[in-house]
Design a protein around this ligand. Structure first.
Ligand code: NAP
Length: 292
């Protein structure tokens, strides 16, 4: 069997077009232009590049972006004052504090301060708490997990009752993905660095989501024939043949798993592009919440 390979770039492009159309329609109705504020603290090159991409993608769909940069030496009070100011700014419908924050800053306090109606990253403890509770709904779902679910809903005929295994339990990917799968009525197993006999567990999965950050850890014989495999990992491995000296690979050994799985996401070009597309959707949602 050769897996169907999901084209995340094409799917993300479709979502961006939908957001752009919705923004145009809002403006034609005399409603506000959605606005996204990005807060970057310090000079982590990866964070700088993520924030640049988010701002560029916002501009392309007609979302106004407001960029704020603070030095790594910024105090907790300075970061929190900025978030408070953005909470009160009516032009801002989404506040994104790029993580990780530099050492010494209390991430949880900052995230907790974001107005829950502007929490487009979905990391406010209230939004995450609601995600975990039956009968409650978060105002925003975190972007990468939301992208994973979008791909699953399009590619799994029936999530209900499916056997899902999530590798990784981080706050930003693994745990929210597992909670979303439970909400979709899948039967979910969460694995982490202390789990035993991983291949035995993953081989039972109809749906396998990998978010461990370990290059090509998941081999062909870890996968049930025909399974849907969503690879969230983005890992750099040295490659002297590339101009930058490295290439990106996922948590899944692509060439092996594509011969076994029914559906597979590539890295790059799989889940990655969905993350920003979901951020744009969440910002549009923030603007709609402000209309109410
Ligand atoms: P993280 O915070 O480092 O969490 C990794 C998780 O994997 C932890 O729960 C850890 O277990 C588990 N783990 C680590 N090694 C393991 C092993 N050998 N066996 C089983 N479990 C293991 O990472 P993250 O932020 O969730 O990111 C995971 C990957 O996704 C990274 O490659 C990251 O670059 C990528 N990512 C991609 C996107 C995107 O847009 N596509 C967004 C975010 C992250 P413990 O809990 O026991 O430590």
């Amino acid at each position: 069997m050769t897996a169907k390979i999901i084209d995340g770039n094409a799917i993300a492009e479709q979502i961006r077009l939908e957001v752009a159309d919705a923004v145009k329609a809002r403006l034609a109705e005399g409603k506000s232009r959605p606005g996204l504020a990005t807060v970057l603290v310090g000079e982590n090159p990866a964070s700088q590049s993520y924030v640049r991409s988010k701002r560029k993608a916002s501009a392309e769909v007609g979302i106004e972006s407001f960029g704020f940069e603070l030095p790594a030496s910024a105090t907790q009070t300075e970061v929190e004052d900025l978030v408070t100011q953005l909470n009160h700014d009516p032009r801002v419908h989404g506040i994104l504090v790029q993580l990780p924050l530099p050492p010494g800053l209390d991430e949880e306090s900052v995230l907790k301060l974001i107005d829950i109606e502007k929490d487009v990253d979905g990391f406010h403890p209230l939004n995450i708490g609601r995600l975990a509770q039956k009968g409650r709904d978060p105002l925003f779902v975190p972007c990468t997990p939301n992208g994973v679910m979008y791909l699953l809903e399009k590619n799994v005929p029936r999530l209900e009752g499916a056997n899902a295994v999530v590798l990784g339990r981080s706050n930003i990917v693994g745990m929210p993905v597992a909670l979303l799968l439970v909400r979709a009525n899948a039967t979910v197993t969460i694995c982490h660095s202390r789990s035993q006999n991983l291949p035995e567990i993953t081989r039972r999965a109809d749906i396998l989501v990998t978010a461990v950050g370990r290059p090509e850890m998941v081999r062909g014989d870890w996968v049930k024939p025909g399974a849907v495999v969503i690879d969230v990992g983005i890992n750099r491995v040295e490659d002297a043949t590339r101009p930058r000296g490295y290439r990106l690979v996922g948590d899944v050994k692509f060439d092996e798993v594509k011969e076994i799985a029914g559906v597979l996401t590539p890295v790059p070009g799989g889940v990655g592009p969905l993350t920003i597309a979901m951020l744009l959707r969440n910002t549009l949602r923030g603007a709609r919440l402000a209309d109410l």
